[in-house]
Design a protein around this ligand. Structure first.
Ligand SMILES: [Zn+2]
Length: 91
């Protein structure tokens, strides 16, 4: 009895597709409170996690993209954000 509530899709003005770099092709909607995005130009789709970070749906293409390297054990991830509030949301 888990009904997924899906909101209406809406275009995001000024949004640029991370895959094809087209402007104003991104549609956004919510499924069960989870923001989903999809590009009507190239079909790129992803969701956003709680941190507002992009979680691509297509996993088959990840090899072609700038590979996310596994954390180097020698280099502890010491990320220093002078002001975390200035962190830009994903476009
Ligand atoms: Zn696109």
């Amino acid at each position: 009895m888990s009904e997924v509530k899906i909101s209406k899709r809406r275009f995001i003005a000024g949004a640029v597709c991370p895959a094809c770099s087209e402007l104003d092709t991104i549609q956004m909607w919510d499924e069960d409170g989870v923001p989903h995005r999809e590009c009507v130009g190239c079909g790129y789709a992803d969701t956003l996690n709680e941190q507002g970070q992009s979680v691509p749906k297509e996993i088959g293409t990840r090899v072609n993209k700038a590979a996310v390297k596994p954390a180097d054990p020698k280099v502890q991830s010491v990320h220093f954000f002078p002001n975390p509030k200035l962190k830009k949301p994903a476009p």
